[in-house]
Design a protein around this ligand. Structure first.
Ligand code: QJS
Length: 232
C-alpha cells in the first residue's frame, strides 16, 4: 500500500496473507469459514506450489494471539483467468479445515447485486504489499481509503484505454495506491467487499494508471458453485 497508514490491529479480521515458504506473496480475504478469495495471477511463478493462508495477523513475523497459518486443501483459479490480461483474475482457496472464528478472524460479506459502485464512493483497501517505490515490504498490515472512479474515466485512452470491462472497477491511484503484494485483497465499500485487487503487474501511485479491481458481484454464481461442490 503506497501512501496509506499502518492499520489499527485487527480492524480488518477478514484479511489473509497468502504465503509460500513463510513468505507473503499476495493478499486475500475470508468469504466463508473454509474459503478465502484472492487473485488468480498470484499463482503464476509459483510452479504449482500450494499456498498457506495466514489468518488473524497484523504483523507477519511477531507472535500474536489468534494468528494461525492454515493449509490449503484446494486452490481453484477462475477458468477464464490467464496470464495475458486481467480478465477473471480470481482464485478460491479451500482451507484444510474451517477457520476458527473470533474477534481477530471474521468472514467479510461480498456484494451479490451486480450494480456498479457509484463514482467518488470512498472505499477501503488493505495489505502487506510494498509501501514505497523502492519496494519496502512492511511487517504490519497497512490500509488506505480511495475513491472509486467511473469506468468511462478509467477507460480513457490516456488511462487504461478501454481495457476495463464491466466486470472490473477502478480507484484513483494518485500517490495513494495499492501495489505489489496487495493483490488479492478486498476493496471494501460500506462494509461489503465489492472488488479484489487485480494481480497483473501495474505501475503504482501514478494517477494515469488507476488501480484495477475484479468486481465480485458478476462472479457470485461461480463462487457459490465452487463452494457448494467442494462442501464437506
Ligand atoms: O502482488 C502482485 O500483484 C503479484 N502479482 C504476482 C504474480 C505472480 C507472482 F508470482 C507474484 C505476484 C504478486 N505478488 C508479489 O510479487 C509479491 C512477492 C511480492 C511482495 C511484495 C510486497 C510485499 C511482499 C511480497
Amino acid at each position: 500500500i503506497l501512501g496509506g497508514r499502518k492499520a489499527d490491529p485487527h480492524v480488518m479480521p477478514y484479511m489473509a496473507s497468502l504465503q509460500l515458504d513463510g513468505q507473503h506473496v499476495c493478499g486475500g480475504f475470508l468469504i466463508a469459514e473454509q474459503w478465502v478469495l484472492s487473485a488468480a495471477h498470484c499463482t503464476e511463478e509459483t510452479d504449482g506450489k500450494i499456498f498457506q493462508v495466514l489468518l488473524g495477523a497484523h504483523s507477519l513475523t511477531k507472535p500474536e494471539p489468534h494468528k494461525r497459518l492454515y493449509r490449503v486443501r484446494a486452490q481453484i483459479p477462475h477458468p477464464g483467468s490467464n496470464i495475458h490480461n486481467n480478465k477473471d483474475d480470481l482464485l478460491l482457496l479451500q482451507l484444510e479445515e474451517k477457520a476458527e472464528l473470533n474477534e481477530h478472524v471474521q468472514v467479510l460479506p461480498f456484494q451479490r447485486e451486480d450494480r456498479d459502485v457509484a463514482a467518488d464512493t470512498v472505499c477501503k483497501v488493505a495489505g502487506w504489499g510494498t509501501t514505497s517505490h523502492s519496494g519496502h515490504r512492511p511487517d504490519e498490515l497497512h490500509s488506505l481509503e480511495r475513491p472509486v472512479i467511473s469506468r468511462d474515466v478509467c477507460n480513457h485512452r490516456t488511462r487504461h484505454d478501454h481495457t476495463i470491462t464491466e466486470k472490473m472497477m477502478c480507484t484513483d491511484s494518485r500517490k495513494k495506491d495499492t501495489c505489489k503484494g496487495d493483490s488479492g485483497g478486498p476493496l471494501v465499500c460500506n462494509g461489503v467487499a465489492e472488488g479484489v485487487v487485480t494481480a497483473g503487474s501495474r505501475v503504482c501511485g501514478n494517477y494515469k494508471k488507476p488501480a484495477i479491481y475484479t468486481r465480485i458481484a458478476p462472479y457470485v454464481a461461480w463462487i457459490d458453485s465452487v463452494m457448494a461442490s467442494a462442501a464437506g
